[in-house]
Design a binder for this molecule. Structure first.
Ligand code: NAD
Ligand code: LMR
Length: 342
């Protein structure tokens, strides 16, 4: 009898996954660029979400194997694969959240803007399909240069007559993840407690961590502010150089993107307490797109947390002014690209 009861317990445990994943909701998520360095681990992390019922994996190649592999995990969501332009539309039908990590990554010596010529066209093509097939979905743009690809996406959605600025998000979560990690390390804080808002954009000096707004409240010397700010701004390059030609951040990016997906799904599911930083259409500054802390609700961006830009230190004020010309130029480059094509 004891053996039977132990066996029953083991079977029950095996039927569950290794984390508690009882289905809790039934959202559909599509990942475009799902066979890539970010796409694969991101798909795995989304596969682990109890809020997801269907995971649609799209890429131009190699996605069948990724989907077959993932589909064996005993978590609730069904995994479907879609390959090539002819299957793009179907990958998007009925989807609640579309995540876009499609495109080429940097190699050492390149800026994110050096990716523009290839990635701008990829994002434009994918967003056209999103507009045609799931215009109400939350759209998460990861493909670089984010400072330009988000304005491109906005213009394409406008041209298609379906633009809702509340549902278009540039993913800057990795900047927050890095800022939290580096600040916790430097100040010997418990990681779980640390939250640093990061505003501006997602490239070099346009990434502005507001260290004075760190929670829990913590004081930094001028040297610490300079060192941490520069490290956070160059963290992407730190990974590109360490990978020495094999690409840019993929695992930490997948982790950050999965956090942003989970936050979006919680917001869609009615959680009224969801805050993230994201690069969105914004009136917080004179720039039409700007990353800041936002509250996400069922319909997308519910509020922009404007208080983060009040009471900045002199260092932060100066850095904010310094980033504006570069961010403005990247936005205008994206808008010009999208409009030139029509
Ligand atoms: P990768 O080359 O490993 O993967 C990219 C994938 O996109 C590949 O599987 C490729 O087949 C696919 N792809 C190419 N063209 C496509 C198209 N038209 N439709 C669908 N899929 C297409 O690159 P990666 O390391 O995964 O990086 C992807 C992008 O994410 C890069 O632009 C990179 O700069 C960016 N990125 C952004 C952040 C961020 O914080 N926002 C962080 C890291 C990387
Ligand atoms: C990052 O911040 O890691 C990404 O934007 C990729 C890159 O090119 O640095």
């Amino acid at each position: 009898a004891l053996r039977d009861s132990c066996t029953a317990k083991a079977v029950k445990q095996n039927q569950r996954s290794w984390i508690n994943l009882q289905p809790q909701a039934s959202y559909k998520v599509a990942v475009l660029g799902a066979a890539g360095g970010i796409g694969q681990p991101l798909a795995l992390l989304i596969k682990m979400s109890p809020l997801v019922s269907a995971l649609h994996l799209y890429d131009i190649a190699n996605v069948k194997g990724v989907a077959a592999d993932l589909s064996h995990c005993n978590t609730p969501s069904q995994v479907l694969d879609f390959t090539g332009n002819a299957e793009l539309g179907n990958s998007l039908k009925g989807v609640d959240v579309v995540v876009i990590p499609a495109g080429v990554p940097r190699k050492p010596g390149m800026t994110r803007d050096d990716l523009f010529n290839i990635n701008a066209g990829i994002v434009k093509n994918l967003i056209e399909a999103v507009a045609d097939n799931c215009p109400d979905a939350f759209i998460h743009i990861i493909s670089n240069p984010v400072n330009s690809t988000v304005p491109i996406a906005a213009e394409v959605l406008k041209q298609k007559g379906v633009y809702d600025p509340k549902r278009l998000f540039g993913v800057t979560t990795l900047d927050v993840v890095r800022a939290n990690t580096f600040v916790a390390q430097k100040k010997n804080l418990k990681l779980i407690d640390v939250d640093v808002p990061v505003v501006g954009g997602h490239a070099g000096i346009t990434i502005l961590p507001l260290l004075s707004k760190t929670k829990p409240s913590v004081s930094f010397t001028d040297e610490e502010v300079e060192e941490l700010t520069v490290r956070i701004q160059n963290a992407g390059t730190e990974v590109v150089e360490a990978k020495a030609g094999a690409g840019s951040a993929t695992l930490s990016m997948a982790y950050a993107a999965a956090r942003f997906v989970e936050s979006s799904l919680r917001a869609l599911d009615g959680d009224g307490d969801v805050y993230e930083c994201s690069y969105i259409q914004s009136e917080l500054t004179e720039l039409p797109f700007f990353a800041s802390r936002i509250k996400i609700g069922k319909k997308g961006v519910e509020a922009v947390i404007s208080s983060d830009l009040q009471g900045l230190t002199e260092y932060e004020e100066k850095a904010l002014e310094a980033l504006k010309p570069e961010l403005k130029a990247s936005i205008e480059k994206g808008l010009a690209f999208a409009n030139k094509q029509t």
